[in-house]
Ligand binder design. Structure first.
Ligand code: DOR
Ligand code: ZN
Ligand code: ZN
Length: 385
């Protein structure tokens, strides 16, 4: 494998903002300084005018494989993700068959290995067939994943949720909760967490009231993480079917305040591709992984939120939560990086999406900040033309 040297680039992560060179060797970040002596086995990239960030980690992606490959499959979903600057994806379990058993998870992991694109972490369902009635064989599934979620469905049975949280504490895994109705279920889950402990991640929060409840719980010292999507901070009051719905202006402001004040841990895309027909028949969701960074950057810039913060929510915190040796541009870390042009403005064009899902209400919308190059373990896996 060729080494890569990125010269004279703005290096930004959650903890720094410097200008320099980055040398990548054997898939890892080898050094960050002004590097002069290089051998012929090194590809040089002129980074002048561009910004290098740790690549993005999505804790919430729907890849639809197996079973709904008319909406997306492991190849199109990962290629779309790479175009969006992502190299690690946590794939939700609402496939067909549901990812609640080892055969299905092995199918995904084997196919992902063959494709050799992103780092795929397959999430396992909490309950069998996402029915909310019977908890899966967690012991067995723990050899494949430490993430469990019934996303798409709410776990309404309080006893089941309580048990799942208690197990998550004893067996050291994470429960990602989809809350609908949002406030009621978030409130319940936080109360249960306080009662029994455990490892909880709250998916896609969208309401001012929820942000307030989360602030209260975190200020009390309760330990958990939470996520917002790019679309819930990008626009308010839109008629487009997605769960949770688009909210009001005051909700969007509360989410942005929550980000500024440090109460929101993660930006998760909830990339939810659908066919045209399924969308017309009412399927909720937005295909957006290719545009997620540009949407978030636009909102952050308009609200004076730093790129360090963006990197924290899109790379560093997810890496910490998932225990990955990445998310910072630091010697010895995985060379999972994304080169972006922060000046470039462009229009989202859904017809150009690699994703099979063209379901996105922001077609023709102007955004800022474009992914130019995505590098995973020292290999260039996407190049913008
Ligand atoms: O809008 C959504 N789409 N929200 C979900 O929770 C599920 C997702 C899907 O799977 O389509
Ligand atoms: Zn959800
Ligand atoms: Zn989802």
């Amino acid at each position: 494998m060729k080494n890569i040297l990125i010269k004279n680039v703005n290096i930004v992560d959650a903890k720094k903002n410097i200008c320099g060179d980055v040398l990548i060797k054997d898939g890892k970040i080898y050094s960050i300084k002004n590097i002069e002596n290089i051998d012929e086995n090194t590809k040089i990239i002129d980074g002048k005018g561009f910004t290098l960030l740790p690549s993005f980690i999505d804790m919430h992606t729907h890849l639809r494989d197996p079973g709904y490959t008319q909406k997306e499959d492991l190849e199109t979903g990962q290629k779309a993700a790479l175009k969006g600057g992502y190299t690690t994806l946590c794939a939700m379990a609402n496939t067909d068959p549901v990812c609640d058993n080892k055969e299905t998870i092995e199918y995904v992991l084997n196919k992902a290995k063959e494709l050799d694109l992103c780092n795929i972490i397959q999430i396992c369902a909490v309950t069998k067939n996402l029915e909310g009635k019977e908890i899966v064989n967690i012991d067995e599934m723990l050899s494949y994943t430490k993430l469990f979620s019934d996303d798409g469905k709410t776990i309404f049975d309080e006893d089941i949720m309580k048990k799942a949280l208690a197990f998550s504490k004893d067996l050291d895994f994470k429960v990602l909760t989809h809350c609908q109705p949002e406030f009621k279920i978030v409130d319940r889950d936080l109360s249960l967490l306080e009662e029994v402990g455990g490892n909880l991640h709250i998916c896609h929060i969208s309401l001012k009231k929820t942000v307030e409840r989360i602030k209260e719980a975190k200020n009390k010292g309760l330990k958990f993480t939470c996520e917002v999507t790019p679309h819930h901070i990008f626009k308010s009051d839109i008629e487009y079917k997605v769960n949770p719905s688009f909210r009001k202006k005051e909700d969007v402001s509360a989410l942005i305040e929550g980000i500024k004040e440090g109460y929101i841990d993660v930006i998760g895309t909830d990339h939810a591709p659908h066919t045209k027909e399924d969308k017309e028949n009412g399927s909720p969701g937005i295909s957006l992984i290719e545009a997620a960074f540009s949407m978030v950057y636009k909102v952050f810039e308009e609200n004076n939120i730093s790129l360090n913060k963006l990197s924290q929510l899109m790379s560093y915190n997810p890496a910490q939560i998932l225990n990955l040796n990445e998310g910072l541009i630091q010697e010895g870390y995985e060379a999972n990086l994304v080169l972006v042009d922060l000046q470039e403005e462009y229009k989202i064009e859904t017809k150009k999406f690699i994703s099979k899902g063209k379901n996105n209400p922001f077609d023709e919308e102007l955004v800022k900040g474009k992914v130019k190059l995505t590098i995973k373990n020292g290999k260039i896996l996407h190049k913008d033309q």
